[in-house]
Design a protein around this ligand. Sequence first.
Ligand SMILES: [Zn+2]
Length: 434
Amino acid sequence: MKSLKKLFLLLIIVGLVSAGVFYFRDTKAPQLSLTPGSGPISKKTKLLLSLNDEGMGIKNVQVIVIQEGKQTPLLKRDFPPQTRVADLELDLSVLKLKEGGLQIEVITTDQSIYHLGKGNTTQQLFTLTYDTRAPIISILSKAHNFTKGGSGLVIFGLNEEVEISGVKFGDYFFPAYQQESGHYACLFAYPYDVKESAFVPRVIALDLAGNERQLGMYYRAKNKKFRQRKINISDRFLAQKIPEFESMVTDIDDPVDIFLYVNRTVRQQNRDQIAEFSSQTASTPLWNGAFLRQPKAASLARFADYRTYYYKGKEIDKQVHQGQDLASVAQAEIVAGNAGEVIWAEYLGIYGLCVIIDHGLGLQSLYAHMSQLDVQPGDVVARGQILGRSGATGMAGGDHLHLGIFVSGVSVQPIEWWDAHWLQDNIDIKLQIP
Ligand SMILES: [Zn+2]
């Protein structure tokens, strides 16, 4: 009798303990996150609600949108047992919302029997701003005159903070940079290979909520014809350059094929790399007055010469010369065209030993085929400061400087930047707009 009583008591204890274990098995509330969970949003913004419960799983969720004290249910969902993770997209476009402050309340409960069977609940409030108005762009600069292959500047104001702004046409986009005045400055190019009919620049601005505005501007575009040039590739040139080019190719033995690989593939890789450098730019202009041409140097090949390459009288390639060649004496001192920061100072494919200087607003100058470099990346250089000495490294037959000027990675005519009048009328005067 006594032992039966003991067994009964033991059973009760075991029962209580296991009930307790079951009751306290999941006391942790589910976790939730909303992306974006703050800041501006628009009708188009995709709001992602992520839920997760490591214990018994999520039971249900409820989403309420609150604006000016008015609560509107947006979503109610029950989940099957064992739902540990759930990602839901919230669609605000089904609600009639007003511009301005907005709160999203999320309440989610798990499958636990804790809290007398009610389970664990997480309740979180997110404060956002509903913005469906695109930014207002006011163009502040006048006289946007472009010559094919050349550069120009537009200054504009915006009524709100933006994610990105700049000038767009075709596949081209030139970013704008906010200045101390609060205005935005955007340097852009009329690329040498863009048809006059395709050069229709528009200012665009995308706000933080994702609303975009585009605005046309008054501009004048002057066409320009570029030269056609024949280049003969001699066996002597190949014999001289192949040892250097061999380091850039694999599995090619024929000297003409090696030349063609470097002239086409390496040239394109180098251009892509230069386009990537354009984001490493100061947001304010670093240049000071007109750019220096190299002292006492004569002009050789010009910007946007359309070159046809021949070998033993047969046409083998076509490329466009994207810079200006200058030469004086061999191993001449090469100077910085203007003040800026060195962002590249080493070998770069067809450009050989090469220096690239950032002058701000996406404007960069490139000095190629050098024999000696006296600067390194990060150096801040003054206008006229010696960068090194000229040479014939890379795709060069003789000692000369190849000077490239780039606007957000697009090569432009250097002569405009050497011209103090052009610079004053087209660039500097606009940067002074208060
Ligand atoms: Zn050149």
